[in-house]
Design a protein around this ligand. Structure first.
Ligand SMILES: NC(=O)c1ccc[n+]([C@@H]2O[C@H](COP(=O)([O-])OP(=O)(O)OC[C@H]3O[C@@H](n4cnc5c(N)ncnc54)[C@H](O)[C@@H]3O)[C@@H](O)[C@H]2O)c1
Length: 277
C-alpha cells in the first residue's frame, strides 16, 4: 500500500466545501497529504479544514473564484509561499446554466465556458507549471456524463463545456506525460448533492427515473470519489494518464444518458448541483 501514501505531498482541491471536492480533500488528507482547500463558500471550506486538521495534516482555505484566471494566479502564488510545492490538483468546482438551445444567451454561454473551460484550464496551467518544474505531479479534472453524451433538458452550454474538459485532459496529458505530469478526467453522474436532493424532494418520481439508468442500483454519494481520487493522486496510478474514467454506477456503459423520460422544458438557473444528472 506504500504507493498510495501521500505523506509529504501537497494537494490543491477546488470545490472543497462540499460534495466531490470535500470528499476528495478528505481522502487525500487521510492518506497523509497536506491539502489547500479552494471554495467560494469559505465557511464550508473552513469546516472541511477543521476535519483535516483533526487528521494532523496542514491545510489552508482560499475563497478564490475558480472562473477568474487572475485570482487563480494569486492563489498559486500564495500556495508557493505557504506550502512550496503542488503535487496534485483536484480541479472540481464549476457551475453551469440551464437554458433551451434556442433561448441561451451568448452572455450565458460565455459564463459557462469561462467557469468550466477557461477556469479549469487556468487551474491546470498554474498547477502544471509547478509540477513540470519539479518533474512530477497529477491532475484530476472533473468532467461529467455530459462530456460524452447528450442530456437534453437545457444542458447545451454545460455539455459543450464538459466536452471541452475531456479534450483539454487529452491534450495536456499528451503534452506533459514525458515530463512527469499526469492528467486524467473523472466523469461523474447522479452523485447526490444539496441541489439534487432538493430536486428529488420536489419531484418524488425523479430518483426512480435516475435509477432506471444506473445499473448499480443506487445514486452516487460524494464519498464514492474518495478511492479514485487517491488512486489518481498517488504513485499507485503512475502509468495512468489521459484516462477518462466514469464515476456513475455504470450509466455510461449502458448508454443510459441523462434522466430517462421527460422533465418538461423547465428552464432554470443552476449551480454546479444539478448539472450532469
Ligand atoms: N454531482 C454530480 O452528479 C455531478 C455530475 C457530473 C459532474 N459534476 C461536476 O462535479 C463538480 C462538483 O460537483 P458537486 O456535486 O460536488 O457540486 P456541489 O454543488 O456539491 O459542490 C460544488 C462546490 O464548488 C464550489 N464552487 C462552485 N463554483 C465555484 C467557483 N467558481 N469558485 C469557487 N468555488 C466554486 C461551491 O461553493 C461548492 O462548494 C461540478 O463541476 C459538477 O458540474 C457533478
Amino acid at each position: 500500500m506504500q504507493s498510495f501514501d501521500m505523506t509529504g505531498r501537497v494537494a490543491v482541491v477546488s470545490g472543497a466545501a462540499q460534495g466531490l471536492g470535500r470528499a476528495t480533500a478528505l481522502a487525500l488528507a487521510e492518506a497523509g497529504s497536506d491539502v489547500v482547500l479552494v471554495d467560494r463558500n469559505r465557511e464550508g471550506a473552513e469546516a472541511t479544514a477543521a476535519t483535516i486538521r483533526g487528521f494532523g495534516r496542514r491545510t489552508a482555505v482560499h475563497d478564490t473564484d475558480v472562473s477568474d484566471p487572475a485570482a487563480i494566479s494569486e492563489l498559486f502564488r500564495t500556495v508557493d509561499e505557504t506550502f512550496g510545492r503542488v503535487d496534485f490538483l483536484g480541479n472540481i468546482a464549476g457551475d453551469g446554466i440551464l437554458a433551451k438551445p434556442e433561448d441561451l444567451t451568448i452572455a450565458d454561454l460565455h459564463k459557462v465556458l469561462q467557469n468550466l473551460v477557461v477556469g479549469r484550464f487556468a487551474m491546470c496551467q498554474e498547477a502544471g507549471r509547478r509540477m513540470l518544474a519539479r518533474g512530477s505531479g497529477s491532475i484530476m479534472n472533473i468532467g461529467s456524463l455530459a462530456s460524452s453524451t447528450a442530456l437534453g433538458r437545457g444542458h447545451i452550454a454545460y455539455s459543450m463545456a464538459m466536452g471541452a474538459v475531456i479534450q483539454m485532459t487529452r491534450e495536456l496529458s499528451t503534452e506533459w506525460a514525458y515530463r512527469g505530469v499526469r492528467v486524467n478526467c473523472v466523469t461523474p453522474a447522479q452523485v447526490v448533492n444539496p441541489s439534487l436532493a432538493a430536486r428529488m424532494d420536489q419531484d418524488p418520481t425523479l430518483e426512480g427515473r435516475f435509477l432506471r439508468g444506473i445499473p448499480a442500483g443506487r445514486l452516487g454519494q460524494p464519498a464514492d470519489i474518495g478511492g479514485l481520487a487517491l488512486l489518481l493522486a498517488s504513485d499507485a496510478s503512475a502509468w495512468i494518464t489521459g484516462a477518462i474514467i466514469p464515476l456513475d454506477g455504470g450509466n455510461m456503459a449502458m448508454n443510459a444518458g441523462g434522466t430517462p423520460g421527460h422533465e418538461g422544458h423547465a428552464v432554470q438557473s443552476f449551480r454546479s448541483e444539478s448539472k450532469g444528472n
